[in-house]
Design a protein around this ligand. Structure first.
Ligand SMILES: Cc1ncc(COP(=O)(O)O)c(C=O)c1O
Length: 397
């Protein structure tokens, strides 16, 4: 046992014991351990490092930062130019008529703000979400996450209805019935559900739900914390369905991992309902250095948007073809949209076995559930690195 692993066990609060890997550096598609050993990263922090780790444009912005240590965000707070630049950019690139950004330190806080805005706007307090989904670990976010959270926290928000996959016409009908009660503040979902192992709803499902939300005064929230910024082959996964949400929640690849920052971007109309005393406050939401780094990351990503989305389409085909042809020891179902990828097995245990063997082979994957693993390569990955990783995966099955 190394010194760090002993101290990790003693001092770091965790759900499970850490993997025996001490990260010391990162570079593009690779994580590097303390001894200089390189691992191909097919997780990228779970949809965080979309343009690869340790990009020059972003590391330069960190080195060159000369801004203030801190700017007070509220009550009523001061102004800061990078805040408006970032918010303006988000208004320009997000789908539909989203213009106002509420600052957050990450995805969970963005989801919390979205739920609160929906309650303030509609004066209702019930929600509809997808069974088994994940929107963060706060009490509000867990309330709209999978029902399993209630085993540990039985008194989460009441009136949170869960719709089970597959998300098709039959599921849309269930949502429509619930919406007709006119008691629902918001429907919230990831457009492509990474947290359910890349569950892909039908176009009809989302179009019916969006229409019924509008008809019944319910807000439509898309959580793009994981899917945002190119992961599924469009800049935002909502674009696959022509959705115009009332609120979008962002985090993860928005910063690329260099900063701790999230955003709930909403329409002017919904934002108005949050214009009351102390409706929103986050001491470190868009802290100056974090905001400047995020801007640098986002600009670097947008500069290569077309090339990146083309690469996602090409690499998606390659991963699909390789994974579908892989001689897994169990029947495998590959679910893939862009470079959001999951492999599902029939029996428990095999996914974990593959992840552990891949780790020994210097390939990093993540187990999603007892029967599934996820693969989230970076979106600028070249064919030779993709091949190297997939070859290692094939050796690990
Ligand atoms: C879809 C989705 N929403 C929200 C979150 C929470 O984001 P964070 O961990 O930044 O608080 C996550 C995190 O994995 C997520 O995947």
């Amino acid at each position: 046992m190394t010194n760090t692993s002993q101290k990790d066990e003693r001092y770091i609060g965790r759900d499970l014991k850490a993997f025996p890997l001490e990260i010391a550096g990162s570079d593009g598609s690779y994580l590097i351990d303390k001894n200089g050993q390189r691992y191909i990263d097919f997780e990228m922090g779970w949809c965080v490092g979309n343009i690869g780790w340790s990009q020059n444009e972003v590391t330069e912005a960190i080195k060159n930062f000369t801004g203030p240590t801190y700017v007070v965000p509220g009550m009523p707070g001061y102004m800061y130019e990078p805040w408006v630049e970032l918010a303006e950019l988000l208004a320009q690139i997000t789908p539909g008529k989203l213009t106002k950004s509420f600052r957050a330190t990450g995805g969970t806080e963005a989801v919390e703000t979205a739920l609160q805005a929906a309650m303030s706007h509609t004066k209702r307090h019930k929600f509809i979400s997808i069974e088994g989904s994940y929107h963060g670990h706060s009490l509000g976010a867990m309330s709209v996450g999978g029902s399993h959270f209630r085993e540990w926290y039985p008194n989460l928000l009441e009136g949170c209805f869960k719709i089970a996959a597959p998300l098709n016409d039959a599921a849309a009908e269930k949502v429509e019935k619930l919406l007709e009660t006119k008691e629902i503040a918001a429907f919230i979902a990831e457009p492509i559900i990474c947290n359910l192992g890349v569950e892909i709803p039908t176009k009809e499902f989302f179009q019916r739900v969006a229409k019924a939300c509008k008809a019944n005064g319910t807000l439509f929230i898309v959580d793009e914390v994981a899917t945002g910024f190119g992961r599924t082959g469009k800049l935002f996964a909502a674009e696959h369905y022509d959705l115009e949400p009332d609120i979008i929640t962002l985090g993860k690849a928005l910063t690329g991992g260099y900063a701790a920052l999230g955003a709930a971007v909403m329409t002017e109309e919904v934002a108005k309902s949050m214009a009351f005393g102390f409706s929103h406050y986050s001491t470190f939401g868009w802290q100056p250095l974090n905001a400047v780094i995020t801007l640098a990351n986002l600009r670097a990503l947008l500069k290569r948007k077309d090339e990146l989305l083309t690469n996602v389409a090409e690499m998606s085909e390659y991963f699909k073809q390789r994974l579908e042809a892989m001689p897994f020891k169990q029947k495998a179902k590959v679910k893939i949209k862009g470079l959001a990828i999951a492999v599902h097995f029939e029996e428990e245990g095999y996914a974990e076995q593959i992840v552990n063997t891949a780790f020994e082979n210097k390939l990093l994957l993540q187990q999603l559930s007892p029967t599934a693993l996820t693969i989230f390569p970076n979106l600028v990955i070249d064919k030779s690195t993709a091949k190297e990783g997939l070859d290692l995966l094939e050796e690990s099955i």
